[in-house]
Ligand binder design. Structure first.
Ligand code: F6P
Length: 358
């Protein structure tokens, strides 16, 4: 049995991409008499522009623990895929042409929501596609977890832990901005793991007065410091009623410099405590994957190879309970998995006294 497989990683990187690439490759080399793998550079850009390399088996060795992606990545927004821009390139046509030119049996796309939307588009255009769900945001529909998420939870938790001790020493209110523009999973999990007092999520608009009440109560109590974990996409109740464009314009007008800075400033004014903002940023996406993510990425990669063996295309791999499954790309593409405000983890957090500011 021979298989010629294309691999690409698209969108924001995350720990575990190389482990998943390795999983696909190792399983494919084991499963098929002849395996050829083409590494496409920088996500869909490489497929559009014809930028790739024939991979050698050794290139998949020693990458299990490596952060980032050996193939490079880029963001080519899905909304622009059908748009002919100044360069006059029909991107979908170019991707199909290059797929044919490469004589691929299938293309494995490792990515988040945007990547999956384009993967589904290519599948609808007749290409053999298999998706693998990566993102620190954990916001892909149909999978309990994406790879990269748990590593980011570990990193963000370590940040909160370290901030915790200095916050306690100085009696300060520390506001930590956690990645996640639309989905608050990372903030929720790391906030729980790091013992945050307040957790602010994009899905649960907050009232700063309510947050201030919690901080004030603590300031006057036996533990005069507070830890606020705020998702980068969190918004207050007034903003939540606005259209995104309107909200962005208003924020720009008010000199918005990130949600943590704003929350810290407002809390200083309302409570009179010393409040500081901390933004760990891309640190949350860098470095080696955790043991959990190494295993999950490998499981996902191997399952992708099994689908390739069985010529089952048009799917993305997923975790359901303890089972690795696959979902139809058409069922999950364009459906973000946000934190339901009544999710059991939110209820759990409320039960231990965490405030969401709602
Ligand atoms: O999707 C992962 C993510 O890290 C989000 O949490 C964040 O909002 C975004 O990517 C940042 O993207 P970029 O690295 O392109 O600034």
């Amino acid at each position: 049995m021979k298989r010629r497989i294309g691999l690409l990683t698209a969108g924001g990187d995350c720990p575990g991409l190389n482990a998943a690439i390795r999983g696909v490759a190792r399983a494919a080399y084991e499963m098929f008499d002849e395996t050829e793998i083409v590494g496409i550079h920088d996500g869909y850009r490489g497929l559009i522009e014809g930028d790739w390399q024939e991979m050698k088996r050794e290139q998949f060795s020693g990458i299990l623990t490596l952060g980032g992606t050996i193939l490079g990545t880029s963001r080519t927004p899905f909304r622009n895929m059908r748009l002919i821009e100044d360069d006059n390139v029909d991107k979908v046509w170019a991707m199909k042409k290059n797929y044919e030119k490469l004589k691929l049996d299938c293309l494995v796309t490792l990515g988040g929501n945007g990547t999956h939307k384009t993967a589904n588009l290519l599948s609808e255009e007749g290409l053999n596609i298999i998706g693998l769900p990566k993102t620190i945001d954990n916001d892909i529909y149909g999978t309990d977890f994406t790879f990269g998420f748990h590593t980011a939870v570990d990193i963000a938790t370590e940040v909160i832990d370290r901030i915790h001790t200095t916050a306690a020493s100085h009696g300060r209110c520390m506001v930590i901005e956690i990645m996640g523009n639309k989905a608050g999973w990372l903030t929720l999990y790391s906030g729980l793991a790091g013992g945050a007092d307040v957790v602010l999520l994009p899905e649960i608009p907050y009232d700063i007065e309510k947050v201030a009440e919690t901080v004030e109560k603590r300031a006057k109590g036996s533990k005069p410091f507070s830890i606020v974990a705020v998702a980068e996409g969190a918004m207050d109740k007034k903003e939540a009623k606005m259209k995104r464009r309107e909200r962005d314009a208003l924020r720009q007008e008010n000199g918005f410099s990130g949600i943590a800075n704003r929350v810290a400033k407002e809390l200083s004014q309302l409570v009179g405590v010393e409040a500081r903002a901390v933004v760990p940023g891309h640190m949350q996406r860098g470095g080696s994957p955790s043991a959990y993510d190494r295993v999950l990425s490998t499981q996902f990669g191997v399952h992708a190879a099994e689908l390739i063996r069985d010529k089952e295309y048009g799917y993305t791999v997923a975790l359901s309970g303890n089972q690795v499954i696959h979902n139809k790309l058409s069922d999950i593409a364009g459906v973000p998995k946000l934190v339901p405000p009544d999710h059991q983890m939110v209820a759990l957090a409320r039960n231990i006294g965490i405030t969401f500011g709602d």
